[in-house]
Write a protein that binds this ligand. Structure first.
Ligand SMILES: Nc1ncnc2c1ncn2[C@@H]1O[C@H](COP(=O)(O)OP(=O)(O)O)[C@@H](O)[C@H]1O
Ligand SMILES: [Mg+2]
Length: 318
């Protein structure tokens, strides 16, 4: 067949089929069965089968927390190419779906993370992981954000600096052991529950703390920590180049609209409008701070690579 004809057919096929691949889950014309529902302090969590695949449906218990679906979906969208997080889609407020306890509220539908939360894996060394970047509950600057302990724990697995980079950019201060799954069979992590996000600038805190550490002669980073910093920086640079703040904000309003938070809808209160504006401002601010963070990481990596290699000329790959 003529090559041009073949390319035309391929182009036509992708035009027809790509839209259906854009959503990671389509429940149209598929049988959806509710398997079970459990309650956590803040949510209803239901397991459902859609066709032959299993998913999880999550709904907040409190009406005033419904905006969390937008944060959860946006965070998962930003994480989607990093291979360290579940996928999340929105079920709008006016769509009936098995597992939606409040039928007129929105919910999220998630792919199931392989393995189990590290909190439940008592025999695993990862049960002792402490990656949560404290914010509101930190009483001192020392305890806030990216601590020396988190830097050290990032070295425990090659995926952890990637998860920390994501948490920094999205402002996630809830990465405790119950929000991180680990699958021993594949030796891989999967980040879940990213709805305490986009409301604080963790990059600014990390930048300030690393700047202080850089200038403190008592602080010596190990070669494993420098390797983790290289991955952290590389991931931040990837995220900054693929998700400019304007892109993230546009996507946030897209998810808000998909949920039902649009002007004219009863869901779209002045408080919701204000929250979305605040998230947009924080996204812009965090993006700027993340660039400063990349710079300070670069300096730390340079200085330490010189120390490790003992030469002036060095190279590291990103
Ligand atoms: N994508 C997922 N894959 C597997 N389990 C999940 C997933 N999302 C949530 N869970 C399970 O549901 C629990 C509660 O969900 P989570 O999103 O952490 O909500 P919250 O902490 O606000 O109650 C988690 O601790 C985990 O056990
Ligand atoms: Mg949780």
């Amino acid at each position: 067949m003529d090559v041009r004809k073949l390319l035309f057919i391929i182009g036509l096929c992708s035009f027809i089929f790509i839209p259906s691949f854009c959503r990671f889950i389509s429940w149209k014309n598929k049988k959806v069965t509710l398997l079970s529902t459990l309650e956590t302090r803040n949510c209803f969590v239901s397991y459902v089968n859609v066709g032959n695949n299993r998913y999880l449906v999550k709904q907040k218990k409190e009406n005033r927390k419904q905006i969390a679906v937008v944060r959860d979906a946006l965070a998962a969208y930003i994480a989607k190419n990093l291979k360290i997080a579940h996928l999340v889609d929105i079920i709008a407020y006016n769509i009936s779906f098995p597992g939606k306890i409040h039928h007129n509220w929105p919910a999220t539908i998630h792919t199931i993370a392989p393995g189990e939360t590290v909190r439940k894996q008592r025999g695993s060394k990862y049960n002792a992981l402490r990656l949560k970047q404290l914010w509101a509950h930190a009483s001192t600057f020392e305890q806030k954000g990216l601590t020396r302990q988190i830097i050290n724990h990032m070295t425990w697995h090659k995926q952890l600096p990637i998860i920390i980079a994501l948490d920094l950019l999205i402002g996630n201060s809830d990465r405790h052991c119950g929000n991180l799954c680990y699958d021993p069979e594949t030796d891989s992590f999967c980040a879940i529950d990213m709805d305490d996000t986009f409301n604080k600038d963790l990059c600014e805190i990390a930048y300030k703390k690393l700047f202080i550490m850089l200038n403190d002669p008592k602080i010596v980073f190990t070669s494993e920590e420098i390797t983790a910093f290289v991955q952290l920086r590389k991931t931040l640079m990837y995220l900054l180049s693929h998700y400019e703040s304007r892109h993230m904000i546009k996507k946030m309003y897209y998810f808000a609209k998909k949920t039902g938070f649009v002007s004219g809808s009863s869901l779209y209160t002045p408080s919701i409008e204000k929250k979305l504006t605040t998230y947009a401002e924080t996204i812009t601010q965090s993006w700027i701070s993340a660039r400063k963070l990349v710079k300070v990481l670069e300096t730390i990596i340079k200085i330490n690579n010189k120390k490790i290699l003992g030469v002036e000329d060095y190279a590291w790959s990103i």
